[in-house]
Write a protein that binds this ligand. Structure first.
Ligand SMILES: [Zn+2]
Ligand SMILES: [Zn+2]
Length: 318
């Protein structure tokens, strides 16, 4: 179907008819038409002769806005003429994506706000890549979460958890997180959930994603009581949540709890964060200030680690 509607633009006058007003108008007209400003220094308002005629809607809006901003009083009229190509009336223009300024096409820089177009495009592309990386990383992480939830659920079918299993823990279990094993130690209770280890340690409560565990050691060291078994968790980087930022922590498990050491190892060794940009699992972990971070060894994408959510979230794409 042909779009029969088009628009004429009439110039009725200038909001400020002085020298400054005329030169703003001339500047805008020069940008729109590609002709010299001199041609427009003496505007001739007219109710009959359109400044531009038979513009399509988008072009009419662009022209009306540009002239309006330049202080021109204009009227836009519907015309029944078929919208025509604008090449005889208007020069090709670019509209600045940041400030909306209309200017001759092909420049590198916005004439009003100074935005560098090529840089803007580059940054836009990077932002899009980053958003996509983030989206993929999150959807993968959420899919993995489902799988681990199912695994915990399966474990519970043969090893039911006591209703008071979360007693004594200083941190609530999150929605969508399934606790499946409680261990008791001299340092406090330890809860394994589908997402992380929630562990008391001498009055602190730590949230330890399995992905942050580099190694698990049982036995060794001096254990005063025969009935206790030493469990050491070694982290990939000192944990932000730990006072004094320890690279490893030790618990003395009671006899009953020590029977489950295979479960702790199974879960800790099965999981690794994935790079949100390239999918590699080759990440270099560190503690920076009060945040745990990791950098992909393949693509150099940096990630912030949320210990409670057990997520590594990409923060920059190189
Ligand atoms: Zn601009
Ligand atoms: Zn990567």
């Amino acid at each position: 179907m042909y779009d029969m509607v088009s628009f004429d633009i009439m110039l009725l006058g200038l909001a400020k008819p002085g020298e400054a007003g005329r030169s703003r108008y001339a500047n805008a007209m020069a940008r729109l038409t590609g002709k010299p400003q001199l041609d427009f220094r003496n505007p001739s308002p007219s109710f009959d002769e359109p400044l531009f005629s038979a513009l399509d809607q988008g072009t009419a809006q662009m022209v009306a806005r540009t002239l309006g901003e330049a202080g021109a009083l204009i009227e836009v009229r519907r015309s029944t003429a078929v919208a025509r190509t604008n090449s005889d009336q208007l020069a090709p223009t670019d509209t600045c994506p940041a400030c909306g300024f209309v200017q001759p096409a092909g420049g590198n820089e916005c004439g009003k706000c100074g935005l560098i177009f090529s840089k803007f495009e580059r940054e836009q592309v990077q932002q899009m890549q980053q958003d996509r990386g983030l989206e993929d990383a999150l959807s993968k992480a959420i899919k993995a979460r489902d799988e681990w939830y199912q695994r915990a659920h399966h474990y519970l079918e043969t090893h039911p958890l006591a209703v008071d299993a979360t007693t004594g823990l200083g941190e609530p279990v999150a929605a969508g997180e399934l606790p499946f094993l409680r261990l008791n130690s001299d340092e406090g209770p330890i809860l394994l959930t589908s997402r992380r280890i929630i562990a008391s340690h001498k009055g602190n409560t730590l949230s330890i994603p399995y992905e942050m565990v580099e190694d698990v050691n049982f036995g060794g060291g001096l254990v005063a009581k025969k009935s206790k078994v030493r469990m050491q968790l070694v982290f990939r980087a000192p944990l932000a949540a730990v006072e004094g930022s320890a690279k490893s922590l030790t618990w003395l498990l009671d006899k009953e709890s020590s029977f489950f050491k295979d479960v702790v190892m199974d879960w800790a060794f099965a999981r690794n964060f994935m790079c949100g940009a390239c999918g590699a699992r080759d990440l270099d972990f560190r503690l920076e200030g009060s945040n745990n971070r990791c950098r992909c060894m393949h693509c150099a994408t940096d990630h912030q680690i949320d210990l409670r959510e057990a997520l590594a979230i990409p923060t920059s794409v190189q």
